[in-house]
Design a protein around this ligand. Structure first.
Ligand SMILES: *[C@@H]1O[C@H](CO)[C@@H](O)[C@H](O)[C@H]1NC(C)=O
Ligand SMILES: *[C@@H]1O[C@H](CO)[C@@H](O)[C@H](O)[C@H]1NC(C)=O
Ligand SMILES: *[C@@H]1O[C@H](CO)[C@@H](O)[C@H](O)[C@H]1NC(C)=O
Ligand SMILES: *[C@@H]1O[C@H](CO)[C@@H](O)[C@H](O)[C@H]1NC(C)=O
Length: 408
């Protein structure tokens, strides 16, 4: 879709919107976090301007330029023994499953890959009973995101949006609607949507860091509190980098709508059937709330959500992720409207040598066969479409070239 068409749609859906959304606050300059994320003076370029675009990597894929302060923070965490030495996984592009070299069990307590449904106690996965934590991945995307944001706004419903850095860069208008107009909660979904466990430590830092950076710069200095791994592909090494370098919690899910496979492998009816089963018939996780994987990727995925939303409201309390799990929206802010406050991200190590904190895996070896079954089920859903979907996640790349011309 062309950007001018998307702008037209935006004005149609949000006739009241002022694009000069003022960002009335900025992180305190004395905050230690500025060492990691402040790359310019407190007068930040206008979101969407050419000067703003110029701040970020323009190459496709994982950015190779990594600020030294992030690498220093990674080295500090490695030196403290906080980042486990787990090999990079290898992606089978046909099945969408990541595998580890011999001897490293993805379902074991050491690796604990969520690609194999392995959870650790620090993962954000099961909300309290009666609560739906509402999440949308892969935005902002002109078109589907506009419809979703308009719908959420009309229903006074806040949600968590796990955004792709490249897509923020390509759709600053939509970003400002989600953050500035709807005042929704913004989380990290990486810069270019890779399988994180296949990357080196430096590359994981680059994918998470640049996304935190663009959100920080475009919200007046707010630092996200959590990330969701693309494809759910995280393990204890990636979890540790996210936590100990950037202070990010890992958010996964307890139900997968598979909405992104609509049109290739499944239909809108099947997705709506799953949603109805969980939301209306109580077919969710026993004794827990629902954290459903949904996307703002296509019109159909947004339609599926809008169709089920009245039932959600009828039976459940629908919240953002941090509200559902009682943590603050941002590491240095309580909402998308209140000022950022100083905090310490990746602050210097305590002088005493602390025992490396390995998160406890909740997987039991008895579950291995179930786990294998789930993993191959996941892979079937992705068969043949993995690379195409990866490309379509990154609509921002298409819009990128037009941003400076059309908007400014
Ligand atoms: C930031 O501010 C300092 C001091 O006010 C100034 O010397 C410097 O040129 C500014 N940098 C940028 C990128 O504007
Ligand atoms: C939200 O409400 C406005 C004003 O009534 C309307 O124009 C728009 O279509 C609604 N959005 C959605 C997605 O229904
Ligand atoms: C991990 O948590 C999810 C969501 O509750 C659940 O579906 C899955 O079975 C868990 N994995 C294991 C191995 O218990
Ligand atoms: C954020 O919330 C916490 C806990 O409720 C509170 O102590 C703190 O003062 C709040 N900070 C800001 C800046 O609103």
């Amino acid at each position: 879709m062309s950007l001018s068409l998307s702008l037209f749609l935006t004005f149609l859906l949000f006739p009241f919107l002022s694009f000069a959304t003022p960002l009335a606050f900025y992180q305190h300059p004395s905050s230690p976090a500025t060492a990691l994320f402040r790359r310019q003076n407190t007068s930040l370029p206008t979101v969407g301007s050419a000067a703003w675009t110029a701040l970020y990597p323009s190459e496709s894929g994982t950015p190779t330029t990594i600020p030294q302060s992030w690498l220093d923070a990674l080295a500090a965490a490695e030196n403290r023994g906080l980042i486990p030495s787990i090999s990079q996984s290898t992606l089978d592009a046909t099945t969408g499953v990541t595998t580890y070299p011999d001897g490293q069990d993805p379902t074991g307590t050491e690796v604990c890959s969520f690609t194999y449904q392995c959870n650790v106690t620090t993962d954000i996965v099961n909300p309290p009973e009666g609560v739906i934590a509402l999440t949308f991945d892969d935005g902002p995307i002109p078109g589907p995101s506009d419809t979703l944001y308009s719908f959420l706004y009309n229903n006074s419903q806040h949600a968590t949006h796990f955004m792709i850095g490249v897509n923020i860069l390509g759709a600053p208008t939509q970003f400002l609607i989600a953050f500035g107009n709807n005042k929704d909660h913004i989380g990290v979904h990486t810069w270019s949507h890779p399988y994180l466990t296949t990357l080196t430590n430096d590359q994981v830092v680059s994918e998470l860091g640049w996304t935190v950076q663009i959100i920080h710069d475009s919200t007046g200095g707010l630092i996200p509190s959590c990330y969701r791994p693309p494809y759910g592909d995280t393990d204890n090494r990636v979890r540790a980098i996210a936590e100990h370098v950037f202070g990010l919690k890992t958010v996964t899910w307890n139900q997968d709508s598979n909405d992104w496979t609509i049109g290739e492998g499944t239909t809108e009816e099947v997705v709506e059937g799953s949603l109805t089963n969980w939301v209306v018939n109580g077919g969710g996780v026993q004794g827990e709330g629902l954290l459903i994987l949904e996307h703002e990727l296509m019109d159909t995925t947004v339609q599926a959500f809008m169709g089920i939303y009245p039932s959600m409201k009828e039976k459940w309390t629908v919240k953002t992720v941090p509200d559902a799990f009682s943590f603050t929206w941002y590491q240095n802010g309580n909402s998308s409207t209140t000022p950022a406050f100083p905090l310490s991200v990746a602050s210097p190590a305590p002088t005493s040598t602390s025992t490396p904190r390995a998160p406890t895996s909740t997987i039991k070896s008895a579950h291995t066969s179930t786990v294998t079954a789930s993993a191959s089920k996941g892979s079937m859903a992705q068969t043949g479409s993995t690379s195409r979907i990866t490309a379509s996640h990154l609509l921002g790349l298409v819009a990128l070239g037009m941003t400076s011309v059309t908007l400014f």
